[in-house]
Design a protein around this ligand. Structure first.
Ligand SMILES: [Fe+2]
Length: 341
């Protein structure tokens, strides 16, 4: 942990961000930041600002099943609440909206895939405290697991631990459930703070049913190649400001841009990219909604009998689920398998 802290702090203070594709200068984002500042000033003077804020507060709860041939039988029906990108210091009114949406929810595991903070000057304790308030009505039977996003500094680890999360930094946790177990591996942010430790944290295991928690989809190929079955992430906010039809203008992805929202597959692995609970920079959304997801794991015994070859993979390339524009539980059907993706 000490060596990770030193390495992360060095990256946080450097002139570069690092992801799986290599280094990039922070200066390259300057034109985008200037444009965003101008856009921010002008939209505030228009009715679009109020409209966009109302959209940002109109969050939804998505519930769907995912079926896996390698899921141990005791884990059939295991419920995971997936929250990503709360950024609640950017739009604190979301706390009440999220609490009302989630009150009374019962799950086996809570997963948080980063970007707890929105404003880089906001105290980490405030961002984590707002999240605790938002989730106050949720009953979690098992672990509460979190990873950091690109907006979260080293200090966010302690802040999250103080509100009850176990923060996975390039390490795994074995979760026991009714006599069986699954492995959850969480990585540090791979969009800006990628290190080789993130990749090696994925490839040192074998045997268990494995879930990867990563802030962005950008190491999905590594996770698939090392045998993960499910990959949960966020980072993109589903575009946050999208064209009609939900097509994102900006995804903030350097790799796997086609996994910007919803369900996708990579090889033998199913991935889910959350549109995020909150907003970054501008507290508005257009043509996309904030969300939290409840994913129920199902054991797909027919796939088990037929073997993985029935999935009909196309050269191991990721493919978007066709129902991307209609992302509610009913559209997904009672149980989605790799064969449906
Ligand atoms: Fe984010």
């Amino acid at each position: 942990m000490e060596s990770w802290i030193a390495q992360r702090r060095a990256l946080e203070g450097s002139r570069h961000w690092v992801n799986r594709a290599g280094r990039r200068s922070r200066w390259r984002k300057l034109p985008f930041k200037i444009l965003m500042a101008l856009f921010k000033r002008s939209i505030r003077l228009t009715p679009f600002y109020g409209w966009g804020r109302r959209n940002a507060l109109d969050i939804k709860l998505i519930q769907f099943d995912l079926a896996f041939p390698d899921l141990p039988a005791p884990l059939d029906g295991y419920r995971i609440l997936h929250v990503s990108d709360p950024h609640l210091d950017r739009l604190p009114e979301l706390v009440d909206a999220a609490r009302a949406l989630l009150v009374g929810l019962k799950v086996d595991m809570l997963t948080l895939t980063g970007d707890i903070r929105g404003d880089d000057r906001a105290p980490v304790e405030r961002s984590a405290g707002l999240l605790k308030e938002a989730l106050a009505g949720v009953s979690v039977r098992g672990p509460r697991l979190a990873v950091l996003g690109n907006h979260d500094p080293v200090e966010m680890v302690g802040a999250l631990e103080r509100v009850g999360f176990d923060v996975l930094i390039n390490r795994s946790l074995i979760v026991r459930h009714e006599g069986d177990s699954l492995r959850v591996t969480g990585l540090d942010d791979v969009n800006c703070f990628y290190t080789e430790s993130a990749r090696t944290a994925l490839d040192t295991h074998a045997g268990e049913f494995r879930i990867a928690l990563v802030h962005s989809p950008e190491v999905a190929d590594d996770a698939d190649e090392t045998g993960y079955s499910l990959y949960l992430c966020g980072h993109t906010h589903g575009g946050q400001i999208c064209l009609p039809g939900g097509r994102p203008i900006i995804t903030h992805l350097k790799r796997f841009k086609h996994a910007a929202s919803g369900l996708w597959r990579q090889g033998h692995m199913i991935g889910y990219t959350s549109c995020g609970l909150g907003v970054s920079d501008l507290p508005v959304r257009f043509n996309t909604r904030g969300e939290v997801a409840v994913i129920t794991l199902r054991r797909n015994t027919s796939s088990l009998r037929s073997g993985p070859s029935q999935f009909g993979l196309v050269g191991g390339r990721m493919k978007k689920l066709k129902i991307r524009a209609s992302r509610d539980a009913k559209a997904l059907g009672p149980s989605t398998t790799l064969a449906d993706l």
